[in-house]
Design a protein around this ligand. Structure first.
Ligand SMILES: [Ca+2]
Ligand SMILES: [Ca+2]
Length: 262
């Protein structure tokens, strides 16, 4: 009997403690529900410059975490240029042909070269020049800081340089999530992918998977932004004190917050 009473007390204490956690965590629960409205790893493609909307008025997209995502640096003095890695801030290129020991060249083009109306003035082509062979396809990567369990949005513009050559683009996020595309030559498309970070840094990569023939996939306007919850704009939980409502945060624990269910 005594042991039963002890067990009952322990259960009651556990429930009370759990209730307290939930009580303190009401706003986080509400924020979690907003973030859970997002579909992860389900790419959407729209004609540029349209971007996919957010499923809740309480969700907001933060600043772009990438450097030189629109390939506007350096400013080209010619209609196109093959540049060393060191001359293109933010990005690191490597040859798809890993046996090629020639110095990697990243190709940037001006909007005036083919009048393709990119984002701002310049964009990248992922099948470059000056490789060991005609296969000058590139893998472009950039690594940025993230918070595990927080939700981010990747968006980028893609287009095929022409319709006569075989085109392909592979996108990876954090090395684990991979998406394959066949860009078309008639228009820029904006691809949007929501993802959940799993580490304190995340690496993004774009690899040309078409034919290795110096006619490649065009890439522009790459952005990664955290999607957070504007809890200040949300209705406050009833019967609580006024200490709630952290501003512009992705509540502690990210999308999958802890709860008390067994
Ligand atoms: Ca650009
Ligand atoms: Ca090609």
């Amino acid at each position: 009997m005594r042991s039963t009473q002890f067990a009952m007390l322990a259960i009651f204490a556990g429930v009370a403690s759990c209730a307290q956690v939930q009580d303190d965590d009401d706003m986080a629960d509400a924020a979690a529900a907003e973030l859970n409205k997002l579909s992860l790893y389900q790419p959407a493609a729209l004609p540029a410059p349209q971007t996919q909307g957010l499923p809740s008025e309480y969700l907001q997209v933060g600043e772009n975490l990438l450097i030189n995502g629109s390939f506007e640096t350096p400013v080209l003095q010619t209609l196109w240029s093959d540049l060393a890695n060191a001359d293109v801030p933010g990005w690191h290129g490597s040859w798809v042909d890993e046996t090629c020991t020639a110095a990697v060249r990243l190709e940037l083009q001006s909007k005036d070269l083919y009048s393709l109306s990119p984002d701002l003035n310049q964009y990248a082509e992922l099948d470059s020049e000056n490789a060991c062979t005609a296969d000058a396809r590139l893998k472009l990567t950039q690594t940025f800081y993230t918070q595990p369990n927080h939700i981010y949005r990747l968006s980028f513009w893609m287009r095929a340089r022409d319709a006569e050559h075989a085109m392909g683009l592979k996108v990876t996020i954090g090395g684990a999530q991979t998406f394959d595309y066949v860009p078309t030559a008639d228009t820029w498309q904006v691809v949007t992918i929501n993802f959940e970070a799993t580490a304190s840094t995340t690496t993004l990569s774009f690899t040309d998977t078409g034919a290795g023939d110096t006619y490649g996939t065009l890439l522009d306007a790459v952005a990664v932004s955290e999607i957070s919850v504007n809890t200040e704009a949300m209705p406050k939980p009833t019967g609580k004190k006024g200490k709630r409502g952290k501003r512009r945060h992705s509540f502690e624990g990210g999308r999958r917050h802890k709860d008390c269910r067994k």
